[in-house]
Design a binder for this molecule. Structure first.
Ligand SMILES: NC(=O)c1ccc[n+]([C@@H]2O[C@H](COP(=O)([O-])OP(=O)(O)OC[C@H]3O[C@@H](n4cnc5c(N)ncnc54)[C@H](OP(=O)(O)O)[C@@H]3O)[C@@H](O)[C@H]2O)c1
Length: 312
């Protein structure tokens, strides 16, 4: 039996429940791919799962490896896999059955795309979950089209800083709300109107938009109904918006959960290859420092992404 290092939880709780352990290295089944992980990103959903507040991970799933996205090299493929071969550089948004905080992880071909050549493993690992969330929120759920106007709340964070770049690459006018320390950062990503959420009211700063992409919820979401054009849409990654209020305002409003999608990841990869999208890495930790990394994303100011580098 070959073994590998993994960070697992055996119970729900605070950062102390994360344990670095040696566990059996998995073998890919017929339609699976084994990835040798070089880097795994850290997302807010990781600590939400760790605390037991995320429906996809239940008591019966423990012990459980956290982490939703990785970059690495294909180590081995099952007999039914034709698209990827050992040695291919890949990145993936994993399904919740498998976690990224480990040296090897199983993925399915439809969750994977070739790693963008312009990025190193740490940069590429930062893209899948945040990038696909931004892509599906703006385009699949928001229906954002070239020439339209979008307001992105939380534009300096992991999802938001990619959403700004995707919307600009599509040819949209982009407004975003960020902290005062991120005003120049958001401008550097191409945002047309940057609003300091602590000192300005976004309702007073912009004309109505076709799409509001809400990465914040709460009062920010409540105040957003009035800035959507009639017939437009409010899309949230967090709480389900009030449908009755949406009807009163003559808009649509929805909440969604991002789903792994290899073809979309490949499309994002092409934007990266063409120099239209970059990633901001806030800090890099080791696998051993996973709990510190989760504390940082939970408690500190977030500009861009936090990533674990996985040594072998
Ligand atoms: N439904 C899904 O499938 C899905 C997928 C991905 C993410 N999410 C959720 O979406 C949210 C965003 O994810 P993320 O990875 O981008 O998080 P993140 O990296 O922590 O970024 C959040 C950003 O929002 C800023 N912010 C906080 N309050 C704000 C406000 N009132 N107005 C504007 N900006 C504000 C933060 O800046 P400060 O630090 O200065 O406050 C930070 O830059 C998280 O809650 C996450 O759990 C859901």
């Amino acid at each position: 039996m070959s073994v590998m290092k993994a960070v697992r939880i055996h119970s729900f709780g605070g950062p102390e429940v994360l344990r670095l352990e040696e566990i059996e290295r998995p073998e890919p089944k017929i339609d699976e791919i084994l990835i040798r992980v070089e880097a795994a990103s850290v997302n807010p959903v990781d600590w939400k799962m760790r605390e037991g507040n995320y429906p996809a991970v239940q008591e019966t799933d423990l012990p459980y490896v956290l982490g939703r996205d990785v970059c690495g090299t294909v180590e081995k493929v099952g007999d039914g896999v034709a698209v990827f071969r050992p040695g291919d550089g890949v990145y993936a948004f994993l399904n919740p059955m498998h976690g990224g905080y480990q040296q090897f992880v199983i993925a399915r071909p439809e969750e994977i795309a070739p790693k963008p050549r312009l990025m190193d493993a740490v940069q590429a690992a930062a893209i899948p979950l945040a990038g696909i969330t931004a892509w599906q929120g703006l385009f699949d759920h928001g229906g954002l089209q070239a020439g339209q106007r979008v307001l992105i709340h939380g534009g300096a964070g992991g999802v938001g800083h990619l959403a700004i770049q995707f919307a600009k690459a599509k040819g949209c006018w982009v407004a975003t709300t960020v902290s005062s320390v991120d005003l120049d950062f958001a401008r550097s990503l191409g945002a047309d109107k940057v609003i300091d959420y602590k000192s300005e009211r976004f309702e007073d700063a912009i004309q109505p938009v076709d799409v509001v992409f809400d990465l914040i919820a709460g009062e920010t979401q409540d105040r957003s109904f009035g800035v959507v054009k009639t017939g437009g849409i409010l899309v949230s990654t967090l709480t389900e918006p009030d449908k009755n209020r949406a009807t009163e305002f003559g808009i649509r409003a929805t909440r969604y959960t991002a789903q792994p999608n290899g073809p979309q990841l490949a499309e994002i990869g092409r934007l990266i290859e063409h120099g239209k999208v970059g990633v901001e890495i806030r800090r890099v930790y080791s696998l051993e420092q996973a709990s510190a990394a989760q504390e940082a994303i939970r408690n500190e100011h977030n500009r861009g992404k936090i990533v674990l580098r996985v040594e072998h």
